[in-house]
Design a protein around this ligand. Structure first.
Ligand code: CTP
Ligand code: MG
Length: 401
């Protein structure tokens, strides 16, 4: 599980700089490569997620062509575990890295990663970080597996090269911040432009440690790479794609408060206590959806201490939760709900409640079941002190995780 920002405070922490300010020319026309969806998730979001998950990154810097536009494109995909800074990149990757470093604060260590390598794994990130901490600079390499030819400017073969003398460099590349900073200053003072950070660190006179890269950590460059990446993602999801979620809510009843259930105001002598409309049907449904989609629960996503959510209609929260579940790659199959209430009689209101829930969840009313159950005089529901709602949701993956 990802650690909280507080538990990330410490000397061995690092900033992760995701360079994603390129033009993506080789990826062809259409949406900019870094924001194009891969398995339903923007490419760049896939690239930074493992850095958040590794628990060692205290600050994420996203270097993008236009920070305002990027914030909009990535809204709903940004992590809450650590601060995120958006910064405009430069004409070259090196300038983008320099802009990212300038925004990275004073972390001892920095990791620079292509915003085009979505399959980076936590294991690799930690490996690079460890080597960078020990040796000041580290780059992941993978061996050249195919026969390597030299070619001339016209593309004609001029010879066969000893592939054992070469290796392919990947990212993330890790550095002590002062070392990368000095290398960037060195390169800028000489007008030197390297193809990656490790090159300028080497050229400026600091050795770079090698760590084992990962073949799977491919860089998405061309339309063909996008196709291959989609295939890799779907191959790694052999399960049924079905997820079940459980939601429960309970409210005490207070005389004179309105009773709103499933967005329908029902005439009654009492209603749920609390700040919100106390719509326990919506609350239970919301938690069932969020649970199935593997998202944080209603209290964490929409805390009532946040003025944005305080007083919000529960039906609106359900709609927002449903949208979040869709963004996380899930579509509702059905939702079934039991409302435990001694009174009033619900039968005449069930169809309106179903219609409201269906609209909020963007599904057909037939996908929703609501049953009223009396407490038979037993427990808090039976004594009319409160009501409870139980909901179960079945969701299916849209393959967009
Ligand atoms: N990059 C950057 N700033 C630049 C150029 C590149 O931040 N001025 C980033 C890219 O966004 C990418 C990474 O460096 O995440 C690796 O570059 P590449 O895969 O070549 O991406 P693009 O430069 O965007 O693509 P192309 O070369 O096809 O135009
Ligand atoms: Mg490029």
């Amino acid at each position: 599980m990802a650690s909280s920002p507080e538990s990330r405070a410490g000397s061995d922490l690092c900033a992760a700089i995701l360079v994603a300010a390129g033009k993506g020319l080789r990826a062809g026309p259409g949406e900019l490569k870094q924001f194009r969806k891969l398995g339903g998730v923007p490419l760049l979001a896939r690239c930074f997620r493992p850095f958040v998950q590794c628990g060692k990154v205290s600050h994420l810097v996203l270097v993008v062509p236009d920070p305002v536009e990027a914030k909009t494109r990535l809204s709903g995909w940004l992590p809450t575990e650590c601060p995120v800074t958006f910064v405009a990149g430069g004409a070259t990757r090196q300038e983008s890295t320099a802009a990212g470093l300038a925004a990275a604060g004073d972390a001892d260590l920095v990791l620079v990663h292509d915003g085009a390598r979505p399959f980076v794994e936590v294991e690799l990130i930690l490996r690079v970080l460890e080597a960078a901490r020990e040796q000041g600079a580290a780059v992941p390499l993978i061996p050249v597996r195919e026969t390597l030819k030299s070619v001339d400017a016209a593309g004609l073969i001029t010879g066969t090269v000893n592939r054992g003398a070469f290796a392919l460099a990947q990212t993330p590349q890790g550095f002590r911040r002062v070392i990368l900073n000095a290398a960037l200053e060195w390169a800028s003072s000489r007008g030197f432009s390297g193809t990656d950070e490790s090159e300028i660190v080497e050229k400026s006179g600091h050795s770079v440690a090698r760590v084992e890269g990962m073949t799977r950590n491919l860089k998405v460059t061309t339309p063909e790479d996008f196709e291959m990446a989609e295939k890799l993602l779907s191959d790694s999801q052999p399960d049924s794609g079905l997820r079940v979620g459980l939601g429960y809510d309970v409210h005490a009843l207070v005389p004179g408060r309105p009773l709103v259930l499933g967005g329908v105001e029902i005439p009654h002598v009492s209603g749920p206590a609390g700040h919100s409309d106390g719509d326990l049907v919506c609350h239970a449904a919301t938690d069932a959806l969020l649970g199935a989609a593997g998202l944080p629960d209603i209290g964490q996503l929409f805390p009532d201490t946040d003025p944005v959510h305080a007083g919000a209609r529960s039906l609106d929260l359900l709609a927002r939760a449903s949208q979040r579940a869709r963004q996380a790659g899930f579509r509702i199959v059905n939702l079934d709900l039991v409302l435990v209430a001694e009174e009033p009689r619900l039968i005449g209101h069930l169809e309106s409640m179903k219609a409201n829930l269906a609209e909020a969840m963007d599904c057909a009313p037939e996908c929703i079941g609501i049953k009223g159950k009396r407490g038979e005089g037993l427990g808090f529901a039976g004594r009319r002190e409160g009501m409870a709602a139980h909901a179960v949701a079945l969701m299916t993956s849209t393959g967009r995780k």
